[in-house]
Structure formats: C-alpha cells, structure tokens
Design a protein around this ligand. Sequence first.
Ligand SMILES: Nc1ncnc2c1ncn2[C@@H]1O[C@H](COP(=O)(O)OP(=O)(O)O)[C@@H](O)[C@H]1O
Ligand SMILES: [Mg+2]
Length: 367
Amino acid sequence: MSKVVFSNVSKRFPGAAGAAAGLAVNNLNLTIEEGTLVTLLGPSGCGKTTTLRMLAGFENPTGGSILIGGRDVTNVPVNARNVGMVFQSYALFPHMSVRENVEYGVRLLNLKRSEMKERVDSMLETMALTQYADRSPSRLSGGQQQRVALARAVATQPKVLLFDEPLSNLDAQLRERMRDELRTIQLRLGITSLYVTHDQSEAMAISDRVVVMRNGIIEQDDTPLNVYARPGTAFVAEFMGKANILNGTVEAIGDDSVQVRISASLVFSLPRGNRTFRLGEGVRCVVRPEHIRVDPQGSLQVTVRRVVFQGAYVEYLTDIEGQECVLADTDYIRTGVAETGQPIRLSIDSRPVWLLPNTQTEIRTAA
Ligand SMILES: Nc1ncnc2c1ncn2[C@@H]1O[C@H](COP(=O)(O)OP(=O)(O)O)[C@@H](O)[C@H]1O
Ligand SMILES: [Mg+2]
C-alpha cells in the first residue's frame, strides 16, 4: 500500500515575504489514492514544489504530518522514504552511460548482480531505451533523456513517484507525446504519483485528480472534468482555460431551476441544486468560449471588437452590454470570418453554463 496523505501540512520559510507572511504551504490536506496520479497545478510561487519536496523529504514541514502507505514519514530522511523523483532538468550524470544512469539508484538496493541486470534491462526495454544503453546522455534527444530520468526513478521500484515540471524543457509536440507516454507507463506500473505543473492542459490530460493551488492553499481538488467544467471559484475557472465570467441577476426561481438574466436578450436557465436563491440576487456564470455559437438566428446581437485567428477556431472578442465576452468559432470555414466592427448574432445553450458557488462571503483564516 502506498497511499499518500498530507494532514494539515504547513511550511513557513523564516523571513520569506510573499504569500501569507512566509507561509509557502498553508494547512494542506490532500490524499493521493494508491496507484493514482494527482497533479498540483497553479501559478508560479503557489507552493507546488515545496509540497512535493516535503513529500520527498527535502523540506521539513513546520506543521502537520505526511503519511506514505499508512506510515508517518514526516521525520524520515529522504533515503529511507523510497520515493523516486523526475525533475525538469533530468539531472542525469553526464559521465555515465544510459545504462549506468539507470543502474545508479538500483545499486544502492544491494541486489544480486543478475537481479540488478535483469531489472535494468527490463526498465530500458519498457522505456524503449535498449538500443541507447551504452550511449552518453548528451547524445540523446530531450525526450530520450527524459525517458532515462524516468527509467532511473522507476527502476528502484519506489512507493511514490514525484515529478516536478518534467516536460517544461521540451518543445510543444514532444511535450504532448512524452506526457502521454508518462501517463501510459504510470498506469501500467500502477505507481502512486504526485506531478507538479503550471500547464493546465498537461494537468487535465494526465491526471486522475487535479489540485489547483493558490498562495499555498488548495482552491479545488477534483477530477479534470470538474475543475474545467464545474470550477469552485473564479480563479479556478480562469486558470483552467479561457472563461467568460458573466454577472447576472436571479429573475425567477423554479423547483429545479433558476432563471438568470445576463442582459436584455440573454437569460440562462440553470439547475438549482440544493442552493437557496433570492430574487434579484447577483450571481456569476462561467461560460466557456467554445460553448458560444455564431448563429444568424441567435437572439443575442453583439459587435466584434477583435478577431484572433487560431487555426482550430477563430476567436472573437465582443461584449454583452459592457461585459467582456470571448467566443471560439470552430465553424468559420463554412460560415466565413467576421470582421472587426461587424455585428454578429450568437446563441448560448444554458446546459454547459456553470453557476459559480457563492464564495464571496467565505473568509479563509491562516493556519
Ligand atoms: N528555500 C526557500 N526559502 C524561502 N522561501 C522559499 C523557499 N522555497 C520556496 N520559497 C517561497 O515559497 C513560495 C512557494 O514556492 P514554490 O513551492 O517553489 O512554488 P511553485 O513551485 O508553485 O512555483 C514562494 O513564495 C517562494 O518564494
Ligand atoms: Mg516549482
């Protein structure tokens, strides 16, 4: 068993400025279920690396405890935790061959020679590195080097695998391929993993759960689908991708739904859930650009303020009675591209519209 639990974990760097007076991580509670991959996602400085380093044992928490497989490792040194790490810089040994790099961690395990060779061979095979075994890492591509780093970490059969922005040094196409490879290998080996990135599409593509952090605090810990489509806060909505956050007013309250008016010609009918509403209450709706359709029969007329060609879609910047609104038109080849200043008609289906929880009154206290 190698479930990971962070329980009320904080890290204060003495004298450090920034978020909440030196609190890099603020009372973090997080569970990584056995065999799953959880991603810490958030802007630079939000506490991702510090959280990861505390799990590895490179930093000591100033409060709380960390468990791996039910064992409290809070005060256990790095080399006794059995975690593997993959860094952005690969940190390969340049004077060693690929095979020697992969052997490196395994050597410390005092295995029999034959057993060690078998393990390293199979690891090289898994990572498609067998043919490069005798090469120096400097003669490999970035993607191959990253695979060596992964092989070296996995060869020790760690309980937990940690990744700190491992793909940041690769170009966009390779990054996508490597991220799919990483995920395939992680699933195949079933290793409990904590992955750090500031790239939201990477996080959504590889994770069982995405933990969005901000200023040392967890904003939302949820499935990739939920952090994108059902964000708990405006910060999460905007961090996960382009989002229109439209202010509206509750106009009618039904048994199962509420009517929210955004403008004279735009009303959404949204599920009520178990939330209570007041007539006239101000609410915020999240509308993703890809859910707004250019539609000559649409009831909403807007003016195009700016056109940005993106290839897969054309982005129109408009406004709805003064509220900024961006939409992504994927059908532009058939219908043509509108120009700046031109009026266009839109329709917006209520179904993908997400009503933000009312968190304005929530007060967060420091740990
Ligand atoms: N060794 C350190 N000493 C002082 N402050 C630090 C140290 N490491 C990180 N911090 C601070 O802690 C906060 C979180 O940093 P970090 O965990 O590296 O963020 P991220 O990985 O999300 O970019 C930042 O404000 C950073 O400046
Ligand atoms: Mg970092």
